[in-house]
Design a protein around this ligand. Structure first.
Ligand code: HEM
Length: 351
C-alpha cells in the first residue's frame, strides 16, 4: 500500500492532525526554565526510562529464588556479554534518580512552587518520592548478598514496630513471619512490576497536573525586562532535555566503567554481618532509628512524613501566624542540614 493512502487510511480511523498533536504537547515554557536546576523534574523522568530499559534486560537473566538469585547476578556481572555494563547503568541510574528526585523536591520547596494552586501536585510528588525509595529498597534486596538479605530482614523487623499494623506489614513484606523461599519472588514482583506501574501512573498524573496549571512563573533580575516571557516546549525545551539525556548517558557509562558494580559475599541466613547498612538514601532513617527507641523513632518518622505531605497547608498557616514570609526557607535550611548531618554520620561510623 503506498504511504499516502496508508496515511489517509489511518486519518479516516483516527482523525487527529499533526497540528492538533503539536497543540496538545506544545506547552509554553517560562524563560526561567532554561536554568537546568529549575527543570530538574525531567532528570528523574529520563533516568526512570533508563531504568525500565536496563531493568528489562536484567530481568531476562535474573532468577528470583534464594538458590539461584546470587548466581544469576554473578553470571550477569562476570560472564554475560556487556552484563556488567547494563547492571552498572541500572545501579548508577538508580542512585542518580533518587538524588535527582531529592534535588527536584528541594528546588520546588525553596522556590515555594508547592503553594496554591499546586498543593495537590506536591502531594503526588510525595507519593513519587516514597515509590522511588521503595523501588530502590526492593532492588537492593534482590541480589541476595549478605547486605541485601540482612537489609531486608532489618527493614522487615523495623516495620514490625509500626503500631497496630506492624505485624501485618512484616508478614506482607516477607511473605511469612521470617525470610523464606517466597520472599525474593515477592520483592522481585514489587520491584519489577508493581512499583514501576505505580511510578508510571503517578508521573502521568504529575505531568497532567503540570500541563493543566503550567509551571510556576518566576522572573530573575538578570533577565531582560522586555522580550518574550516564554519559549516553546517543542522543539526548544525537548532539545535541552535530549542534550541533558546524552550528558547523563555519558556520566552513567563513565560511572559503570570506572566504579563497576561488584559482588559482595553471598547471603548466609545463619551469619549476621558485623555491620549492616542500607543504601545511602536510607542512612537518614537508619541513624534516626539508632538515636531513639524503636517506637519513638517510628512514630516521629511517621509524623515527619505526614508533615511533609501537608506542608503546603502548614506553611500557609505558619506564614499567617508568624508573619514571617520566608519561614519555610529557614525551616528548609534546618531540614537540609539535619538530613545531611545524619547521612554523613551514618556513612562514617560502623555502628
Ligand atoms: C519520579 C519523580 C518525579 C518526576 C519524574 C517529576 C517530574 C516533574 C517535572 C517534569 C516537572 C516540571 C518542572 C520541573 O522540571 O521542575 C515537575 C514539577 C513539579 N514537581 Fe515533580 N517530579 C517528581 C517528583 C516530585 C517530588 C518528590 C515532588 C515534591 C514532593 C514534586 C513536586 C512537584 C511540583 C509541586 C511541581 C510544580 C513546580 C512548578 O510549577 O514550578 N515532584 N515535576
Amino acid at each position: 500500500m503506498p504511504f499516502f493512502s496508508l496515511k489517509a487510511w489511518v486519518q479516516e480511523r483516527l482523525p487527529v492532525s499533526g497540528e492538533q498533536l503539536r497543540e496538545l504537547t506544545n506547552e509554553p515554557v517560562p524563560n526561567h526554565m532554561k536554568r537546568w536546576w529549575f527543570c530538574l523534574g525531567g532528570t528523574p523522568a529520563y533516568l526512570f526510562l533508563v531504568q525500565i530499559a536496563t531493568g528489562i534486560m536484567l530481568a531476562m537473566y535474573y532468577q528470583p529464588a534464594p538458590e539461584t538469585a546470587y548466581e544469576s547476578v554473578r553470571y550477569i556481572t562476570e560472564e554475560l556479554t556487556f552484563g556488567w555494563y547494563v547492571r552498572g547503568i541500572h545501579k548508577w541510574a538508580a542512585t542518580l534518580m533518587i538524588a535527582a528526585v531529592i534535588l527536584h523536591q528541594m528546588r520546588v520547596y525553596f522556590t515555594g512552587a508547592y503553594r496554591k494552586p499546586r498543593e495537590i501536585n506536591w502531594m503526588v510528588g510525595m507519593c513519587l518520592l516514597i515509590a522511588t525509595l521503595l523501588t530502590g529498597f526492593t532492588g537492593y534486596s534482590l541480589v541476595y548478598e549478605q547486605l541485601s538479605f540482612w537489609g531486608a530482614t532489618v527493614g522487615a523487623n523495623i516495620s514490625e514496630s509500626v503500631p497496630v499494623i506492624g505485624v501485618f506489614l512484616k508478614k506482607i513484606m516477607l511473605a511469612g513471619d521470617t525470610y523464606n523461599e517466597h520472599t525474593l519472588p515477592r520483592f522481585f514482583v514489587l520491584h519489577a512490576a508493581v512499583l514501576p506501574v505505580i511510578l508510571v501512573l503517578l508521573v502521568a498524573v504529575h505531568i497532567a497536573i503540570i500541563r493543566v496549571q503550567g509551571v510556576s512563573e518566576l522572573k530573575f533580575e538578570d533577565e531582560p525586562p522586555k522580550g518574550p516571557e516564554h519559549f516553546n516546549f517543542f522543539p526548544d525545551h525537548l532539545m535541552t532535555e535530549l542534550a541533558l539525556g546524552l550528558v547523563l548517558m555519558i556520566i552513567l557509562s563513565a560511572l559503570a566503567t570506572i566504579l563497576p558494580v561488584e559482588m559482595g559475599p553471598k547471603a548466609d541466613p545463619l551469619v549476621t554481618p558485623e555491620v549492616i547498612k542500607p543504601e545511602w538514601f536510607f542512612y537518614v532513617m537508619f541513624r534516626w532509628l539508632k538515636l531513639f527507641s524503636r517506637t519513638a523513632a517510628i512514630l516521629s518518622t511517621g509524623f515527619i512524613v505526614f508533615t511533609m505531605f501537608a506542608w503546603p497547608f502548614i506553611d500557609d498557616w505558619l506564614r499567617r501566624k508568624t508573619r514571617i514570609p520566608e519561614i519555610s526557607v529557614w525551616i528548609g535550611i534546618l531540614g537540609v542540614f539535619l538530613m545531611t548531618g545524619l547521612t554523613v554520620w551514618e556513612a562514617v561510623v560502623a555502628h
